[in-house]
Design a protein around this ligand. Structure first.
Ligand SMILES: Cc1cc2nc3c(=O)[nH]c(=O)nc-3n(C[C@H](O)[C@H](O)[C@H](O)COP(=O)(O)OP(=O)(O)OC[C@H]3O[C@@H](n4cnc5c(N)ncnc54)[C@H](O)[C@@H]3O)c2cc1C
Ligand code: SF4
Length: 327
């Protein structure tokens, strides 16, 4: 791990100013993922700018929906009554993640920006196009059991975001507010925040250098109130998703009025499925419909040797999640 300086910023202007003057600097919030990356020599930063004092706080109802400050902790958001009642998929995605200790420390902004768990990316002894552009992708023919089957490219097949929260946020039309060094804010839907790997897997999001995540806003909706997050993993706790499904349904008189579907663990980014939503909307809320939606969601899958099992597992996970919210 390289030596670095540490500065605590009190305002967004101070934080972005510090980043602007030092291209190798990084923001640190809970530090639960950044320090791991630095200790493994996967990221090098000459300066860490602590953003924990920034006023990006609060969990409050606004005219646009529920606004959650980026510095809020995963546990506080997951256990908040408004999130539990109005956005159960978001609460479940947070409370099924990591461990209680990590959730108490980790911020919402940091969760959204965590990086892939691809074993080759995490071991500096291996080449990896995401870490060292142009060096190659050993996962294509190597161990790819926990990697993606949707949105992959010949340069990278990693689930670039391996976590849970952004899958629920993508399903429920959440929007991020970002702020740059000039104090200018812009709003980006979570579905457009992450980018596909294509030929340049080193670029994972549309966040510009030094730009901050200020908050996330989730619109209120009937399908958000009737939503769930189902996570399948190799052990019951403290593990990333092999596959997951975030779904929301508005069912009236047995017919689906609106549907939201996103999958985790299968896409190179949190995988919203308009194909599944099209099958669901206007159809009867039955298992036959849910199986057709699951088939549509996975139609474009391109599995590799070790992760073929994910196609069926993702379909079954999606059906179970839909059955749970339609009961
Ligand atoms: C053992 C282990 C198991 C885990 N299991 C899961 C799991 O099952 N599911 C899951 O979802 N996650 C899991 N995680 C990941 C965990 O959720 C993240 O480590 C955590 O959310 C990161 O938040 P942080 O505040 O600590 O981020 P930090 O480590 O402080 O920062 C992470 C990155 O985000 C940047 N950043 C942070 N905040 C902002 C901001 N507001 N604006 C701009 N940039 C910012 C930092 O510069 C850094 O690049 C696990 C982590 C560990 C170590
Ligand atoms: S799948 Fe992506 S992250 Fe993993 S080794 Fe290949 S390029 Fe690197």
């Amino acid at each position: 791990m390289n030596n670095f300086s540490y500065t605590q910023a009190k305002t967004a202007k101070e934080a972005t100013g510090l980043r602007q003057g030092a291209p190798q600097a990084a923001y640190i919030a809970g530090g639960t993922t950044l320090l791991d990356l630095m200790k493994a020599n996967l990221e090098e930063h000459s300066q860490l700018v602590d953003i924990n004092l920034l006023p990006f706080k609060g969990i409050e109802q606004t005219s646009d929906g529920l606004r959650i400050g980026a510095m809020e902790r995963m546990s506080d958001v997951g256990e908040h009554p408004l999130v539990l009642q109005q956005y159960p998929a978001v609460s479940e995605s947070l409370l099924l993640a990591a461990s209680p200790q990590l959730r108490n420390m980790a911020s919402i902004g940091g969760n959204i920006l965590q990086r892939t768990r691809c074993g080759y990316f995490r071991d500096a002894a291996f080449p990896c196009n995401k870490r060292v552009p142009g060096s190659g992708c050993p996962a294509l023919e190597g161990d790819n059991h926990n990697l993606a089957i949707l949105g992959t490219s010949s340069a990278c097949i990693a689930t670039a975001y391996p976590g849970d929260l952004s899958v629920a946020l993508a399903a429920l039309d959440a929007v991020l507010t970002l702020e740059n060094a000039k104090g200018k804010q812009r709003r980006v839907p979570v579905t457009e925040f992450y980018v596909l790997p294509g030929k340049a897997p080193q670029r994972e999001t549309v966040l510009e250098p030094g730009e901050l995540i200020v908050s996330v806003t989730i619109p209120a909706a009937a399908h958000a109130r009737r939503s769930t997050y189902l996570k399948v993993r190799e052990r019951a706790s403290y593990a990333y998703a092999l596959v997951s499904a975030a779904v929301g349904l508005d069912v009236q008189g047995g017919t689906i009025r609106s549907a939201r579907v996103a999958l985790g663990g299968v896409g190179t980014k949190p995988w919203r499925s308009p194909e599944a939503e099209k099958v669901l909307t206007g159809a009867p809320a039955t298992e036959v419909t849910f199986r057709a939606a699951a088939a549509a969601a996975l139609r474009g899958a391109q599995p590799r040797a070790d992760n073929r099992f994910k196609v069926e597992l993702a379909q079954n996970t999606l059906v179970q999640a839909l059955l749970a919210v339609s009961a």
